[in-house]
Design a protein. Structure first.
Length: 481
């Protein structure tokens, strides 16, 4: 329509038409006929208005049809939107229901997860807090668990141990790969006891892992040192109590006839001295023998008194004592009771004592410590008699007492026959001897009782350093607390 209107306007105002119309509007004399021009213009205007009205009518009609079509399309769209909306509402409801169910499952899963995590943490805390060493390894020997007790004993953190080979990480462990393989093969738990006399005692139990994705074993290492030492101590104290009772009975039984013998010897010596013929050689010899017998009797009496003191003082609690007083009393006792088989008297040995100033009192069983020191002095006397009989050296025993690192250290050193390296390994074992049964030197070398008293009764240490040609030093360490 617009194209047709433009075409008509173009024809009206085109040059040929204008040229004809201009001629029509002029008079014969060539002047413009304004009446004709006005009529022509009015006609043209009316034509244009008519055309415009027709075009408006046609446009309105077309618009009405378009509106109707638009309404139909809108109605269809609305129906489709309603259908889609209903479908979406249905889907949304299904989605909400699914989300609700999923939220419930997620909540249940979180609850289960929290319970599992709490159980795992609880079990891990139990395993970590166990007073036993707990080590688990897989079938390749790699460490999968390393608890706090294991960390404290080995000094190796779990971060350093996990995932590493057990025997490379902790070479000191006494369990062998063969034992682990045997447990896995037999699929049965096995207990191994490992101990070092007077040092430590361990119960090692190896458990195979059953019904697990990754096979392996669990090692439980229980330090039963305190239990064993306590049990041994009770047994030994019972034995020592029996020994004390037996020693007391024997001492009383021996002491009475001995005192009678000593009384008779003293009476005989006094009678010989009063005799007029006491200057004869025979009487002199008898007097010397009786004097010697009297001295030996006094020595036996001192030994018996020592047994009585030991039997009476057994039991009870530790008392705070002065180590200097104990050593001085023991040295005086040794001068009375110790004589080697070769005839060397302890009183003939030079004793040098060195005590650090302001030594503290120390809790101990004084009678037992006296027996330990007496045994070491007896050992020294016999060692000196063996060595000095040939070399004729000055007999010397040095005793030194000092305080060091919350402990009292006692050193007893002699310049007699030393102890070989082989003998040093077994000198604290029961009934140790490096002599034949004909010699009595072995009785002085039995130091297992002394070792027991120091290590188990007093929680101390007793060690030895020695050289065959130089002598021996005994080292005693006693805790002050």
């Amino acid at each position: 329509m617009k194209k047709n209107l433009l075409y008509i306007i173009f024809l009206i105002f085109s040059f040929p038409v204008n040229a004809g119309m201009i001629g029509f509007l002029n008079d014969e004399d060539g002047h413009t006929n304004w009446q004709h021009l006005a009529n022509w213009s009015g006609g043209i205007f009316i034509i244009l208005l008519s055309i415009t009205g027709i075009m408006l009518f046609l446009s309105r009609r077309q618009a009405r049809h378009s509106n109707i079509a638009l309404k139909e399309i809108t109605t269809q769209l609305e129906e489709r939107v309603l259908e889609r909306t209903a479908t979406l509402d249905q889907y949304n409801q299904l989605l909400k229901d699914s989300n609700r169910l999923l939220e419930g499952e997620i909540t249940q899963h979180k609850t289960t997860t929290d319970r599992l995590r709490s159980s795992e943490t609880y079990i891990a805390d139990i395993l970590s807090s166990m007073p036993l060493m707990l080590i688990s390894i897989n079938k390749y020997g790699k460490i999968t668990r390393w608890n706090q007790k294991t960390e404290s004993i080995t000094g190796i953190s779990s971060a350093q141990a996990l995932g590493k080979d057990l025997w490379k990480t902790y070479p000191a462990i006494t369990v062998t790969p063969e034992q682990v393989n045997h447990v896995q093969t037999q699929n049965q738990a096995e207990t191994i006891k490992h101990s070092q006399r007077g040092q430590y005692h361990f119960d090692i139990t190896i458990y195979p892992l059953r019904e697990q994705e990754e096979t392996g074993v669990v090692l439980l290492i229980n330090d039963v040192t305190e239990n064993i030492l306590t049990a041994n101590m009770l047994v030994q104290r019972d034995k020592m109590s029996s020994m004390g009772e037996l020693a007391s009975t024997m001492a009383h039984d021996i002491n009475f006839p001995l005192q009678c013998i000593l009384k008779d010897i003293d009476s005989s010596i006094a009678s010989l001295k009063k005799s007029e013929n006491s200057t004869s050689k025979g009487l002199k010899k008898i007097e010397e023998n009786l004097t010697e017998a009297g001295q030996r009797g006094q020595q036996v009496s001192a030994i018996i008194n020592n047994l009585l003191d030991f039997s009476v003082s057994r039991g009870g609690k530790k008392q705070s004592c002065s180590m200097q007083e104990i050593i001085n009393e023991t040295v005086e006792l040794a001068r009375k009771v110790i004589t080697s088989s070769s005839g060397l008297k302890f009183s003939d040995i030079k004793i040098e004592c060195e005590f650090e100033e302001n030594l503290p009192q120390i809790p101990l069983f004084s009678s037992e410590i006296k027996q330990v020191i007496l045994s070491l002095l007896r050992h020294s006397c016999y060692a000196i008699s063996e060595n000095h009989a040939a070399k004729k050296l000055e007999s010397l025993i040095k005793i030194k007492v000092m305080e060091c690192y919350d402990a009292l250290w006692i050193k007893i050193q002699h310049n007699g026959l030393g102890v070989s390296k082989e003998e040093q390994q077994f000198i604290f074992e029961p009934f140790f001897t490096n002599q034949s049964t004909k010699s009595d030197y072995h009785s002085a070398k039995r130091l297992s009782f002394s070792y027991f008293i120091i290590t188990e009764q007093h929680r101390g240490q007793l060690a030895i350093t020695s050289d065959i040609n130089v002598g021996t030093t005994f080292h005693i360490q006693l805790p002050l607390s």
